[in-house]
Ligand binder design. Structure first.
Ligand SMILES: C[S@@+](CC[C@H](N)C(=O)[O-])C[C@H]1O[C@@H](n2cnc3c(N)ncnc32)[C@H](O)[C@@H]1O
Length: 242
């Protein structure tokens, strides 16, 4: 990644490689910003230089256009499917590319074919993918996935889009036996349509789950924070069988 992260007691800052660090805590010349080194600003604030995490990149660097899927939901997908490195994956819609980037980051080397109908979003997603140096693993396709999936023998089909119930038939055809279909739906009305469609094909281990993560406040009183993301959506998972 062309970014570095400065972590210290006073916060975490992301900055482009090859540029001076300049913040309200002072300046550090670019020549001193080497991964694995301790550095000090001209005002005396100490930092450690490291590589940014995927979370840092998603929260502070990458561009977002439509609604992006959350890290908590994508993490659950990995845990529940046990999808492995070298997998062949279809992801739709691409949006800002967050779900494809997440999957490529953890599963590389892998091949992710991501479908998107909106050319404006494709441009942003490609920029984000390049920023994360993941172009080798993600193929962005300007195609309506409702019209069909070109790839076969897939380990995972991940759907995060409107009308995803119209893609279940194509997903079944494109998945290998033992491969997973994972559909993210913000509303339960969509889940009902998806479950109805899934029941028409040979899928097993079908589940719908919601992943609730509550951050707690530690200062003054120990209790759940009163603000934060309360609802993102539901994942419906199904494994193709014979
Ligand atoms: C919620 S966003 C996806 C966000 C993405 N998963 C991410 O994490 O950045 C839904 C995307 O699906 C795209 N989309 C909707 N219908 C589609 C279709 N039939 N084929 C391909 N993409 C579609 C939309 O243009 C939109 O960008």
């Amino acid at each position: 990644m062309n970014y570095i992260c400065l972590i210290g007691k006073y916060g975490c800052f992301i900055t482009k490689r090859g540029q001076d660090f300049n913040s309200h805590l002072g300046i550090i010349k670019k020549d001193h910003l080497k991964i694995g080194k301790k550095v000090k600003t001209h005002l005396g604030y100490e930092f450690f230089v490291t590589k940014p995490t995927l979370k840092d990149m998603m929260e502070k660097v990458l561009k977002r256009v439509p609604q992006t899927i959350s890290l908590k939901d994508l993490s659950l997908l990995l845990a529940l499917t046990s999808v492995k490195r070298n997998s062949r994956i279809v992801d739709a819609g691409t949006g800002s590319g967050f779900s494809s980037i997440f999957l490529a980051y953890f599963l590389k080397p892998c091949k992710i074919f991501t479908y998107e109908i909106n050319k404006k979003y494709i441009k942003i997603a490609k920029e984000n993918i390049k920023t994360c140096n993941l172009e080798k693993y993600i193929i962005v396709k300007n195609k309506d996935i409702i019209k069909g999936i070109d790839e076969r023998n897939l380990d995972l089909v991940h759907l995060d889009m409107e009308n995803s119930e119209k893609v279940i038939k194509h997903s079944y055809k494109s998945l290998k036996i033992g491969g997973y279909l994972c559909v993210f739906s913000p509303i339960i009305e969509q889940v009902i349509k998806i479950r109805k469609e899934i029941s028409k094909y040979n899928f097993s281990n079908v589940i719908t789950v919601e992943n609730i993560v509550r951050e707690w406040q530690y200062e003054k009183y120990l209790r759940p924070k009163t603000t934060g993301i309360m609802h993102t959506g539901f994942y419906t998972l199904a494994m193709k069988t014979c």
